[in-house]
Design a protein around this ligand. Sequence first.
Ligand SMILES: C[S@@+](CC[C@H](N)C(=O)[O-])C[C@H]1O[C@@H](n2cnc3c(N)ncnc32)[C@H](O)[C@@H]1O
Length: 216
Amino acid sequence: MVEITAAELTAAEKIFGERLDLAKRYVEHLATSGTERGLIGPREIPRLWSRHVLNCAVIESAIARNSHVADVGSGAGLPGLCLAIARPDLELTLIEPLERRVIWLQEVVDDLGLDNVTIMRTRAELAVGMVDADVVTARAVSALTNLAGLTIPLLNGSGEVVAIKGRSAAEEIEKASKVIRKLGGVETSVVVCGQELLEEPTTVVRIIVNKQGKTA
Ligand SMILES: C[S@@+](CC[C@H](N)C(=O)[O-])C[C@H]1O[C@@H](n2cnc3c(N)ncnc32)[C@H](O)[C@@H]1O
């Protein structure tokens, strides 16, 4: 079993509630088949809860109820599977091009019995027109100048991008502001999630998109 500290357990209980058991099983998958099959480095095992699962799951607070969320470049399900477990009201589409990652994701989804997840084996650029998301999430996929073009078109004109970023968030926004505006981004901000739950809260870039210029 992957160890969890008392503080992490308190946070996990708050975020996952009665689905905490599913989150624990997901962490075990990451620590076993996930590392054996190269989806996550073995050195990450002691920090799976803090640096990966909780760090990703806290962004659920930035996502409205019953949203359709597309997670671009899910890899080992970060943040997509964390959100699917924490928020059964959300509908998740995980977009991931690499076959062995997709196979692993499907095995985990089947084992956990998650009925709010669809997996698409494709690149985000090729999923445009096939996905109509309210929110697009991403972590560790690309710099914002490029990520904007991978995420905003999946919103079909309006919605939000919630991209997990570190300390570079403000700088990345500055560099990407022109391309974000061109793609229909009307407001871009840095939001900190999980301040009350985590020792190291999660910084996200939130882009509100409204191509038609309608008021929300
Ligand atoms: C560094 S991994 C990050 C995985 C996961 N989001 C995480 O935080 O651990 C980047 C992932 O993005 C995927 N990826 C790269 N380019 C992509 C694209 N154009 N569309 C969708 N996924 C892409 C890769 O296959 C890989 O799984």
